[in-house]
Design a protein. Structure first.
Length: 163
């Protein structure tokens, strides 16, 4: 499988939306509760500082995506935030790592100085292992900071990395 990372195009939205919604509907990683409609997806991806996709160049299939944007504004506008989604059938193949590394490069090019993740769910072991492998710093634990789909509350861990 040959993967290319690139900026999304409007033609990609049909594949990106179900991928994003798969994570939302699982209810254990993204804060969003409702799946994206086509109009919502178009608006969400367009309003980011950058929206990237991981494409299988042999098949044209979108296997992962990320959104990158300021974590805050004004005096904290140099801190970026990102969200990542990888198609469940292709997880464990390094696509998430490629997305994170690409987002770090992109954030630097856009003059962000820090990449911060506000709410990594404690049970998201794959993401936590990846962020630690890439040198992100764990800031602590926020007890019960995430409402799981089943109605229970799980801890979240903020992470950051200087770019």
């Amino acid at each position: 499988m040959d993967i290319t990372l690139r900026a999304y195009q409007d033609a990609d939205i049909e594949q990106m939306r179900p991928l994003w919604n798969e994570v939302v509907e699982a209810g254990d990683a993204f804060p969003q509760v409702w799946p994206l409609t086509l109009d919502d997806a178009d608006r969400l991806y367009a309003e980011q500082s950058f929206t990237g996709v991981a494409e299988d160049t042999e098949t044209g299939e979108i296997l992962g995506l990320y959104i990158l944007h300021p974590n805050n504004e004004g005096r904290c506008g140099h801190i970026a935030n990102a969200s990542y989604a990888v198609k469940s059938t292709t997880r464990g193949r390094g696509i998430g790592e490629k997305l994170v590394l690409h987002s770090m490069e992109t954030a630097k090019k856009q003059d962000f100085r820090i990449l911060q993740f506000n709410a990594v769910v404690k049970t998201n072991h794959g993401a936590i292992c990846l962020y630690e492998k890439l040198g992100f710093v764990k800031l602590g634990v926020i007890k019960g900071g995430f409402l799981m789909k089943d109605g229970t509350f799980e801890d979240i861990i903020p992470f950051y990395k200087t770019l």
